[in-house]
Design a protein around this ligand. Structure first.
Ligand code: SF4
Ligand code: SF4
Length: 425
């Protein structure tokens, strides 16, 4: 399988002057993308999958999320916001959900749509895809961009297992673009479609779409970034149920476990997994064919699913409880998805096969690589095996790898250094 050589966009940024070199981020990175060298964190862009773990763990604000500035909507004649389902859980219960949606109109959008509008359609699409691909088991969900990238970096043999169809917010974007052009007589370039998202992976997916994420949107705003502006508007608004439609029954996509329950049926067995460590463990088991009895596995990088995204403002458990209440108490607004069904039948949502990501190889030359592997094993025997990260590499193996690649020195191991100092005393 060809390894992609492209440059990667990331929706995170390092602020070196804030970094204390504490190595907390090194320990939580699932792809060993971070090193601390000379007291400062560095991120390998080839390995980063935008999971956001480092953003959450860094207490010194040395790794910050990037998101677009709200001003960019003004470049377009007709502006649409699409809400990720976790948005509904971010406001206290005294603010009615339709009012929190209306606040975005007050902020300058002409229309606000919800990922929740295509939930039922997605369940049908996923079931159909699973039934049509009986030779691949299990099928892996493609809705979490961090998981898709994690598979590209760490589990490339599982790339064919990914559901090769566009993600819900991309499908909705396409639907809205065509509907607005037809209804309002506007050109495609007049319409700006923006996502309001809970995690850095979704911001990255808008700027550098991969597989299920086609370049359909014009920007992405983090819930955290626009939350203050929305609260300001809400203070000026009358908290009354208003004309705006809402689709609470479809908010299930934000909840860990519910997508799997919805897809699960007589002939389809589905499993739901969330949290980066759990996802990695499950993907290892899929590689070993230990989970071939499942037809579909829903994988979310954030703990508790999208409500756990690092760009949300509310505690994930509280947000989950609010969303469940909205689902229970709402009347179902139906969306006519007959057009989408036709597009799906015509193969319009199929995406190109995903490629593995280029990660650190010991050497391009096979002979050199074997030599370096030999040296790596010799170094590994000398290292203490504590995986303490005090050297700035995530594990002793990673330090040995860095040493043979001339990116670190054996003197970076503080345990060995202390041992030598004691011997000399
Ligand atoms: S968590 Fe990482 S980026 Fe933040 S201060 Fe520690 S080493 Fe620096
Ligand atoms: S976003 Fe995730 S993958 Fe990227 S550097 Fe941070 S912890 Fe590692």
């Amino acid at each position: 399988m060809a390894v992609s050589e492209k440059k990667y966009y990331h929706a995170i940024q390092l602020i070196p002057e804030n970094c204390t070199g504490c190595t907390s981020c090194v320990k939580v990175c699932p792809t060993e993308a971070i090193r601390v060298r000379n007291g400062k964190a560095q991120i390998d862009p080839n390995r980063c999958v935008d999971c956001g773990n480092c953003v959450t763990i860094c207490k010194f604000h040395a790794i910050l999320p990037k998101s677009d500035s709200l001003d960019i909507i003004n470049k377009f004649q007709y502006k649409v916001a699409i809400l990720s389902s976790s948005y509904a859980g971010q406001f206290t219960e005294d603010i009615a959900y339709p009012v929190s949606k209306q606040a975005l109109i007050e902020l300058g959008f002409d229309e606000v749509a919800e990922e929740a509008m295509v939930t039922d359609f997605m369940v049908g699409l996923i079931r159909d895809y699973i039934r049509q691909h009986k030779d691949i088991r299990p099928i892996l969900s493609s809705n979490c961009p961090a998981v898709v990238r994690l598979i590209q970096v760490k589990f490339p043999s599982l790339l064919p297992n990914i559901l090769h169809q566009e993600a819900p917010m991309s499908i909705l974007t396409r639907f809205l673009r065509e509907k607005i052009q037809a209804e309002k007589g506007l050109k495609d370039s007049d319409i700006g479609i923006f996502l309001i998202v809970p995690c850095v992976a979704h911001v990255t997916a808008v700027h550098q779409p991969e597989g299920a994420y086609k370049h359909l949107q014009d920007g992405a705003f983090s819930i955290g970034m626009i939350y203050g502006k929305i609260r300001d508007r809400l203070r000026k608004m009358n908290n009354e149920e208003n004309k705006i439609n809402t689709y609470e029954q479809g908010l299930t996509l934000a909840l860990s476990g519910v997508e799997a329950e919805m897809v699960d049926c007589e002939d389809i067995r589905a499993l739901s997994v969330n949290g980066t460590d759990n996802v990695i463990e499950i993907l290892s088991k899929v590689e070993d064919h230990y989970l071939d009895q499942y037809d579909y596995i829903v994988l979310r990088s954030c703990t508790n699913g999208c409500v756990g995204g690092c760009l949300n403002v509310e505690n994930p458990f509280v947000a989950m409880s609010r969303i469940k209440k909205l689902i229970k108490t709402s009347k179902h607004q139906k969306v006519d998805t007959s057009e989408l069904k036709e597009l799906y039948k015509d193969g319009e949502f199929a995406v190109v096969p995903l490629e593995p990501r280029s990660i650190m190889l010991l050497d391009q030359d096979i002979k050199q690589a074997i030599q370096k592997m030999k040296k790596l094993n010799e170094i590994l025997v000398m290292l203490p095996g504590l995986n303490c990260s005090a050297c700035g590499s995530p594990t002793c193996y990673a330090l040995a790898e860095d040493i043979v690649s001339d990116k670190a020195s054996i003197d970076d191991c503080v345990v060995l250094l202390r041992r030598h100092q004691k011997e000399e005393e």
